[in-house]
Design a protein around this ligand. Structure first.
Ligand SMILES: Nc1ncnc2c1ncn2[C@@H]1O[C@H](COP(=O)(O)OP(=O)(O)O)[C@@H](O)[C@H]1O
Ligand SMILES: [Mg+2]
Length: 201
C-alpha cells in the first residue's frame, strides 16, 4: 500500500538497534508461523514465548484471534480483509522487532503475496516457519470445532475447506506438526532461535 499523506518525514531514533541487541543479549526479529487452522501456531507460539521469557529473552506473541479483537476488529475474512489484516500485523511485527523483540506471529496468513509483504516490512531477521500439518491432521484435532462448523457450511471462506491455503515455497523452517509432538516441535524451534538470534560476532 502506498503512503497517502504528504509532508511526513521519518525521524531517527537515538538508540541504535545494535545497542538494544546488546542489552537483550540477542537480536530482534520475527518468527512468522504460517499454517492451517489447528496446525499448532498458537500452541507453539505461546509455549515458546513462555520458554524464551524464562531464559531471559524479549519475546512477544502476536496471535490471530487477539489481533482481530483490537488492531483489526474492523476486518473480516474476505481476500481483501485478510490481506489488510496481514499487512497491519507485518508492520506491527516489524516495529516490535526494531524495538529488540523476537516476535512470534501466529496467523494462518494463507496468501504467499501477503507473507511477502510482511517479510518486506520486517526487512532482515524475518523467518517464515511453515507448520505443515495437512487438512486431515488438523480436521482430526479440530481444537475449536471450526472444521465441523465449516463442513456444515456455517463458516464461509474457511481456509483449507472453502478458501485456499498457499503453502510457502522456500520457508526458513518447516515443522511437520501433523507428525511431531508439541515437545519435539518446541525443541526444534528453541534450537533454531538460539542460533538464528545469537548476537553477531
Ligand atoms: N506438534 C504440534 N505442534 C503444535 N500443536 C500440536 C502438535 N501436535 C498436536 N498439537 C495440537 O494441535 C492443536 C493446535 O491448535 P492451535 O495451536 O490452536 O492451532 P492454530 O493456532 O494453528 O489454529 C492443539 O490442540 C495442540 O495441542
Ligand atoms: Mg491460533
Amino acid at each position: 500500500m502506498g503512503v497517502k499523506s504528504t509532508n511526513i518525514t521519518a525521524v531517527q531514533h537515538r538508540v541504535p538497534k545494535e545497542a538494544r541487541w546488546r542489552a537483550n543479549r540477542h537480536m530482534g526479529g520475527v518468527l512468522w508461523f504460517t499454517g492451517l487452522s489447528g496446525a499448532g501456531k498458537s500452541t507453539l507460539a505461546f509455549e515458546l514465548e513462555h520458554l524464551l521469557f524464562d531464559k531471559g529473552y524479549q519475546a512477544y506473541v502476536l496471535d490471530g484471534d487477539n489481533v482481530r479483537h483490537g488492531l483489526c476488529s474492523d476486518l473480516g475474512f474476505s481476500p481483501h480483509d485478510r490481506s489488510e489484516n496481514i499487512r497491519r500485523i507485518g508492520e506491527t511485527a516489524s516495529l516490535f522487532a526494531e524495538a529488540g523483540f523476537i516476535v512470534l506471529s501466529a496467523f494462518i496468513s494463507p496468501y504467499r503475496e501477503d507473507r511477502l509483504v510482511a517479510r518486506t516490512a520486517a526487512g532482515e531477521n524475518f523467518n517464515e516457519i511453515y507448520l505443515s500439518a495437512d487438512v486431515s491432521d488438523c480436521e482430526k484435532r479440530d481444537p475449536k470445532g471450526l472444521y465441523q462448523k465449516a463442513r456444515r457450511g456455517e463458516i464461509p471462506e474457511f481456509t483449507g475447506i472453502s478458501a485456499p491455503y498457499e503453502a510457502p515455497i522456500d520457508p526458513e523452517l518447516v515443522i511437520d506438526t501433523g507428525k511431531l509432538e508439541v515437545q519435539e516441535s518446541l525443541e526444534i524451534l528453541l534450537r533454531y532461535i538460539e542460533q538464528r538470534f545469537a548476537m553477531p560476532e
